[in-house]
Design a protein around this ligand. Structure first.
Ligand code: PCA
Length: 199
């Protein structure tokens, strides 16, 4: 078997907000080394404003990926949700893992208000649904570190061939309290696999 020719850099975050796991990294870890047309390079990034995007950019400079797909936890969501858009705003309800809690601060000074994701988000949703998994588009990545990473990368790679996307995933069953939505880890892994196959 020949190796897939295209390169995908895929990231997950460390736990934050008092959690002991982050389903994004747990799922990324379990993905195979190759999916569809892509050879995967996996990277765990810190839930820290600025630093997270810097880590991705450093890895991307070396790897020169065709696609960068960042995965993050969105507690309270019941579906796996590709993000349509990132906005130029940092506004944190809780501190990040370095204690930063910015309010009304731009991600990048004097830059556009928003960028659309450059991966095929609608095809990704369809592929996940066809695989029998809960998936939907999301029109807000929030204003915390996940949006920060997506905005920073879309700004940096704007006008280049490198495609950038972000997918939020639900809590794992062991994280979800009371009736909070949850999704078993293997279903998150299957959903991400289907999403990558459609990129
Ligand atoms: N989710 C957070 C940051 C890290 C993560 O996994 C967010 O949605 O911004």
């Amino acid at each position: 078997m020949t190796q897939p020719a295209k390169r995908l850099l895929i990231t997950g975050f460390d736990p934050f907000g008092g959690e002991t796991v982050n389903p994004s990294w747990e799922a990324v870890r379990l993905l195979p080394e190759a999916v569809g047309a892509y050879r995967l390079t996996k990277l765990q990034i810190p839930t820290v404003f600025g630093q997270a995007a810097e880590r991705v950019l450093t890895a991307a400079r070396e790897l020169r990926p065709d696609v960068i797909l960042c995965i993050g936890q969105a507690g309270g969501r019941s579906a796996v949700t590709p993000e349509v858009v990132a906005i130029n705003l940092r506004e944190a309800r809780i501190p990040d893992n370095a204690g930063n809690q910015p309010v009304n601060v731009p991600v990048v000074e004097n830059a556009p208000a928003a960028y659309f994701s450059t991966v095929p988000v609608r095809e990704m949703v369809k592929a996940m649904q066809n695989a029998g998994l809960p998936a939907a588009l999301s029109y807000s990545a929030g204003t915390f570190v996940c949006n920060d990473v997506l905005y920073s990368l879309l700004h940096f790679f704007d006008g280049t061939q490198t495609q950038v996307g972000f997918v939020h995933v639900p809590f794992l069953p062991e994280q979800a309290k009371d009736n909070a939505p949850r999704l078993p880890l293997m279903q998150i892994v299957q959903a991400l696999t289907a999403a990558i196959e459609s990129c």
